[in-house]
Design a protein around this ligand. Structure first.
Ligand code: C5P
Length: 231
C-alpha cells in the first residue's frame, strides 16, 4: 500500500549535502530513502563497463536507456550509511568519484534514460513515507509532495566540503579543479532540456553556505513539523 505514503523532496546541486541530510531526516522519521543520483551514477558505471573507452555521446540513446531500465540494483543501510549493490557487487565506493559524477550528469541529460528510471524511482514511495534526494524530485518525480526543499550553497563552499571529505579519506585532491568540476556539472544539470535542476515553484529554499549538517537537519525537521501530517 502506498496510498497513505508521504514524501519529502530534497533537491539541489552537487555537493550540497543532500545525501547526508536525507539519511538523517529519514532516520529521525523512520522513513525510506531514495538516493536518485545513485541511479544515474550506476547507469554511468554500467555503461562504462559495457562500452569501455567510449564516450556517452558515441552510444545510441536507446541502448543507454536499455541499460538504465535493466539495472539490477539493491540498497542496504549499514551504520547510517547507504550501501549499494549492482548485481550483488558492492559498488558504493566505485560510484562516488568525480569521473562517474560527470558521466552520470551526461547520461542524465538524455530524456530516454530519465524516462527509463522514472518508474523505478516512484517505486521507492512506500508507507509510512519517503525522503527523496536529487535534482527533479519536487518538479518531476514527486510533484505531489507535501514538502519540497531546495538546498543551495556556493560552489566554493561545496568544493571545500568535498575537498575535506576526500582529504579525510586520505585521497589527494585539488581544490580549484573541484570548484571547476562542480561548476561544469551545475551548468550541465541546470541547462539541460529535460528535468533541469531548479527549485519547484512551491519549494522552500535553504542556503546552507554558513550552516553545518546538524543545523540544516534541524531546519528541515522544523519544516516537517510545521507542514507534514505525521501519523
Ligand atoms: O546527486 P549525485 O551527485 O549523486 O547525482 C549525480 C548526477 O546525476 C547529477 O550531477 C545529475 O546530473 C544526475 N541526477 C539527475 N537527477 C536526479 C539525481 C541526479 O539528473 N534526480
Amino acid at each position: 500500500m502506498t496510498d497513505n505514503a508521504q514524501v519529502i523532496c530534497l533537491d539541489g546541486p552537487s555537493g550540497v549535502g543532500k545525501g547526508t541530510i536525507c539519511l538523517a531526516v529519514a532516520k529521525k522519521l523512520g522513513w525510506h530513502i531514495l538516493d536518485s543520483g545513485s541511479l544515474y551514477r550506476i547507469t554511468a558505471l554500467q555503461v562504462s563497463r559495457e562500452f569501455p573507452g567510449q564516450s556517452v555521446y558515441e552510444i545510441d540513446e536507446a541502448q543507454l536507456a536499455e541499460i538504465a531500465l535493466n539495472l539490477s540494483v539493491s540498497y542496504e543501510e549499514v551504520n547510517d550509511e547507504l550501501v549499494i549493490y549492482l548485481d550483488g557487487e558492492d559498488i558504493t565506493e566505485l560510484i562516488r568519484n568525480e569521473k562517474i559524477g560527470a558521466q552520470a550528469s551526461q547520461v542524465a541529460a538524455i530524456p530516454m534514460v530519465r524516462e527509463a528510471l522514472l518508474a523505478r524511482q516512484r517505486a521507492f514511495l512506500l508507507e509510512p513515507g519517503l525522503v527523496a534526494d536529487g535534482r527533479d524530485m519536487g518538479t518531476v518525480v514527486f510533484p505531489q509532495a507535501e514538502l519540497k526543499i531546495y538546498l543551495t550553497a556556493s560552489a566554493e563552499e561545496r568544493a571545500q566540503r568535498r575537498y575535506k571529505q576526500l582529504k579525510d579519506k586520505g585521497i589527494d585532491a585539488n581544490l580549484s579543479s573541484l570548484v571547476e568540476e562542480l561548476r561544469l556539472r551545475d551548468e550541465r544539470d541546470m541547462n539541460r532540456k529535460t528535468a533541469p535542476l531548479k527549485p519547484a515553484s512551491d519549494a522552500i529554499i535553504i542556503d546552507t553556505t554558513t550552516l553545518d549538517i546538524t543545523q540544516v537537519t534541524n531546519e528541515v525537521m522544523r519544516l516537517v513539523d510545521q507542514r507534514v501530517r505525521l501519523s
